[in-house]
Ligand binder design. Structure first.
Ligand SMILES: Cc1ncc(Cc2csc(CCOP(=O)(O)OP(=O)(O)O)c2C)c(N)n1
Ligand SMILES: [Mg+2]
Length: 544
């Protein structure tokens, strides 16, 4: 019989984990020894647990499997909380494996180091931000607990929590047998599909809106095929930006309400049927809608449910629904009344001596993508994420709903660890939180390209509260620091310098490249300017 640590690692791999991110501590040292020596999954250690969570989250978003974060008891696990809260909010399936005291320690009578209130406070905290949990303290039940919890992560696309007491690493257990995934009830599925297709047939201006769950459940290609078959226009939400990046013929653009491309906004707000697939009904996705989502003209398939009007079909996995829709739908021709435009993205930046504006960065990146091919991207929160809306539709992992800072660089490291070369967008404020994790790239041969929007400012706060001096940040010269932690940093202040630095970064392999773009305080991307105007007018409407 295998030892519990080996059985767990094999089960993680069987359920779609591709790597482990973590920081060891005495409560998980024995487990980390097995992780390293068994080599069942590659292991990437970082410098601070928030980054471990962000990297595991982004890796899962990109490879479509499970992210894995292994941390020590208490101090390590509590450091992870914010990243897992963000993964929960944005439905990213991260498996938290947290060390814990062994059975005899628990009854030693001592207050244990790393213990907060009680020995079980850690479990109590993670119950709030995971969809399933287990404490692996009994070798007889541990395999079944692991199978149940990992199936929950896969089916709900949400984080889960496994507590691993340090005296259990070598416990002999049965191998973990994966549980079968739970399918939709076929009769309910048929009834649901007929109702949806009937609504589409009767609609005059239907539209599809997609969001992150279509990637979490691996149904992007099937949805692109369905949109083509039904000849329906399709847009992504703000959070869903970058989805269907290989289906330019299907994606018309990104819906941003009052802050977006007017033609895309009209497509959604004039629709008499909005088929929402994998959509999170968050404020960042819909707060700037001129016409709020309305159940009478909306079908929402998300979180394993399908809501049509005011009734709900439960236990309806998105993949089962899409397959059944495709099986029963007949090919439609696109009514000429439906616009099939695709948003045009800015290109052709003039490489001159002009100072750089945020939207120039998008144009320069579009030009680089035209020369070298589109790159997968990660972005932090800040104007960099709004600038990303002006970059051509390429795969993107960003905290578009949870909006927690510090995600961008560790997420880029997580994506790079999956074998891709990402382009990372991050503001100076967010870089100050987790940008230093780049110092771990050299050990693993990772070479992301990082663009730091250095406006020496918490600019997103300044646009709402310009009178506050605390928004003024100092100039830390990030490019200089990059050179000392294993990368190559360039600081640029003109559009010509930006274009040249991007080209050198694209050509440079084997080490991370950091381009520190100097931006004036008070200057934002065109998209953020429209968002702020939209939020302010929406706020005025609400206070009247
Ligand atoms: C973990 C966390 N703590 C605070 C905040 C609140 C915040 C939202 S945006 C922002 C400023 C971001 O500054 P940065 O320089 O990165 O980008 P830019 O605005 O373009 O200049 C803050 C402090 C959030 N969202 N998350
Ligand atoms: Mg800033």
């Amino acid at each position: 019989m295998p030892a519990l640590a080996h059985a767990l690692l094999a089960a993680l791999k069987d359920h779609g984990a591709r790597e482990i991110f973590g920081i060891p501590g005495d409560f998980v040292l024995p487990l980390f020894k097995v992780i390293e020596e068994s080599d069942i999954l590659p292991n990437v250690t970082l410098s601070h647990e928030p980054a471990v969570g962000f990297a595991a989250d982004a890796a899962a978003r990109y490879h479509g499997g499970l992210g894995v974060a292994v941390v020590t008891y208490g101090a390590g696990a509590f450091n992870l909380v914010n990243a897992i809260a963000g993964a929960y909010a944005e439905r990213s399936p991260v498996v938290v494996i947290a060390g814990a005291p062994g059975a005899r320690e628990r009854v030693s009578g001592f207050l244990l180091h790393h213990q907060a209130r009680t020995v079980d406070t850690q479990l109590a905290v993670f119950k709030e931000i995971t969809c399933d949990q287990a404490v692996l303290s009994d070798p007889v039940t541990a395999p079944a607990q692991i199978a149940r919890v990992l199936r929950s992560a896969r089916e709900m696309s949400l984080p889960v929590y496994l507590e691993f007491p340090r005296d259990m690493v070598d416990a002999e257990v049965e191998a973990v047998v994966p549980l079968p995934s739970r399918q939709a009830n076929q009769e309910a599925l048929g009834e649901c599909v007929e109702e949806i297709l009937g609504r589409i047939e009767r609609a005059v201006r239907p539209v599809i809106v997609v969001d992150v769950e279509i990637r979490r459940y691996g149904v992007e290609d099937r949805i692109a095929a369905l949109a083509r078959k039904l000849a329906l226009p399709l847009v992504t939400t703000f959070m869903g930006r970058g989805l269907l990046d290989k289906a330019d013929d299907v994606v018309a653009g990104t819906y941003l309400g009052a802050a977006g491309d007017p033609a895309i906004t009209q497509l959604v707000e004039d629709a008499d049927l909005v088929l929402m697939l994998g959509v999170i009904l968050s404020d960042t996705n819909f707060a700037l809608s001129n016409r709020a989502p309305d159940p009478r003209r909306m079908i929402l398939a998300a979180s394993r449910e399908v809501q049509i009007g005011h009734h709900v079909y439960r236990d309806m996995p998105l993949g089962d629904l899409i397959d059944a829709l495709d099986d029963r739908a007949t090919k439609r021709t696109a009514p000429t009344t439906l616009p099939r435009q695709r948003t045009a993205y800015p290109r052709g930046l003039v490489a001159d001596g002009q100072p750089i504006a945020p939207s120039d960065i998008a144009t320069a990146i579009n030009d680089m993508f035209d020369r070298h091919g589109r790159m997968p991207m990660t972005s932090d929160i800040g104007d960099c994420l709004f600038t990303a809306m002006e970059i051509d539709n390429t795969a993107l992992a960003a905290p578009g709903y949870y909006a927690g800072m510090g995600f961008g660089v560790p997420a880029g490291i997580g994506v790079a660890a999956t074998g891709l070369r990402p382009l990372v967008l991050v503001g100076d404020g967010a870089f100050q939180m987790t940008g230093w994790e780049l110092g771990n790239c050299r050990r693993y041969g990772l070479d992301p390209i990082v663009v730091v929007f250095n406006n020496c400012s918490w600019e997103m706060l300044r646009v709402f509260q310009p009178e506050s001096r605390f928004n003024n940040l100092d100039d830390w010269h990030y490019a200089d620091i990059a050179n000392s932690i294993g990368g190559t940093g360039e600081r640029v202040a003109t559009r010509a310098e930006l274009v040249a630095a991007l080209e050198r970064a694209a050509q440079r392999r084997g080490q991370f490249s950091l381009i520190e773009v100097m931006l004036p305080r008070g200057k934002t991307s065109d998209t953020l300017a429209r968002f702020v105007a939209g939020f302010k007018s929406a706020r005025e409407r609400m206070t009247k």
